[in-house]
Design a protein around this ligand. Structure first.
Ligand SMILES: Nc1ncnc2c1ncn2[C@@H]1O[C@H](COP(=O)(O)OP(=O)(O)OP(=O)(O)O)[C@@H](O)[C@H]1O
Ligand SMILES: [Mg+2]
Length: 276
């Protein structure tokens, strides 16, 4: 049996009131087992960051429930302690403290939890884990974007959180640095068993995870596991402009195929579309 780490029940978040109210989350039911590595995708404004903020107790829902690691977040006695212990955050714009070195930035979340010497030791270990052992004394502006993001990952891991929430951690990076961060996260998931939920616009990033949750207008519109790479490729094709044209029986898109091939492709995509 797998342990459940996250459960949301009818999670709803409305910003503002009256005519300007925005229903950012609209009845989201999401369950994540401990040890999963999953991606949340969807168009800008569909509620991804809102969901992350609620999962990390950075904000409160309008209605519905969030359970993380067996705790109902609405009933937490000490929200700061929960955040420090259970959740690590990585944001798109690394927000490291500019006047602190890489090492000191990683130490910040451990303040109040560990002695100064233990903090230093752990921060060194974490910088080594993200491949930056030799850059411990660098200030953020002396590091590349990818290196800063790795410091942010190390900082998020400071207190060995069960859950790592990453909001577009590769969004501001070139593709090489993005791949390095992704490999780092995948490695953490594999070797430390950290549950990782990552928001991304990048299909390649999402496909490196084990499960893709798609959102639209504050709701989950699909949720599937990536056990079968072929099925995933077909799904990509089905969602492409060509795939959509085929599904809409648009003959022009298919003029290079002979009738048998056309029917076969259409059937294949329809089957996937049915499965959602
Ligand atoms: N503090 C806020 N006050 C009012 N409306 C907000 C606030 N934060 C977010 N929203 C609105 O809630 C909706 C969901 O926003 P959210 O930031 O969750 O989207 P997102 O999916 O993360 O988008 P993106 O991909 O652009 O980051 C949007 O319509 C947004 O304008
Ligand atoms: Mg966002």
């Amino acid at each position: 049996m797998t342990d459940e780490l996250i459960r949301t029940v009818n999670l709803t978040k409305i910003y503002g009131a009256g005519e300007v109210a925005v229903r950012a989350l609209d009845g989201v039911n999401l369950t994540v087992a401990a040890g999963e590595f999953l991606a949340v995708m969807g168009p800008s404004g569909c509620g991804k960051s809102t969901l992350l903020n609620l999962l990390g107790a950075l904000d409160r829902p309008t209605s519905g429930e969030v359970w993380v690691a067996g705790e109902n977040l609405a009933r937490l006695k000490n929200v700061d302690a929960f955040r420090a212990k259970t959740v690590g955050f990585v944001f798109q714009l690394h927000n490291l403290l500019p006047t602190l070195t890489a090492l000191e930035n990683v130490e910040v979340p451990m303040q109040g939890h560990l002695s100064a010497s233990k903090r230093r030791m752990r921060a060194r270990e974490l910088l080594a884990l993200v491949g930056l052992a030799d850059r411990d004394a660098a200030l953020p502006n002396q590091l590349s974007g990818g290196q800063r993001q790795r410091v942010a990952v190390a900082r998020a891991l400071a207190n060995s959180p069960a859950l790592l929430l990453a909001d577009e951690p590769t969004g501001s990076l070139d593709s090489q640095s993005g791949e390095e961060i992704l490999a780092l996260l995948a490695g953490l998931n594999r070797t430390q068993g950290t549950t990782i939920l990552i928001v991304t616009h990048d299909r390649r990033v999402a496909q490196a995870t084990q499960r893709i949750v798609r959102m639209s207008d504050g709701r989950i519109i699909s949720d599937h596991r990536l056990d079968d790479p072929l099925e995933e490729d077909l799904r990509t094709l089905a969602n492409s402009r060509l795939g959509q044209a085929i599904l809409e029986h648009n003959g022009v898109a298919l003029k290079h195929l002979c009738p048998d091939e056309r029917i076969a492709l259409q059937r294949l995509l329809e089957r996937l579309a049915d499965r959602g």
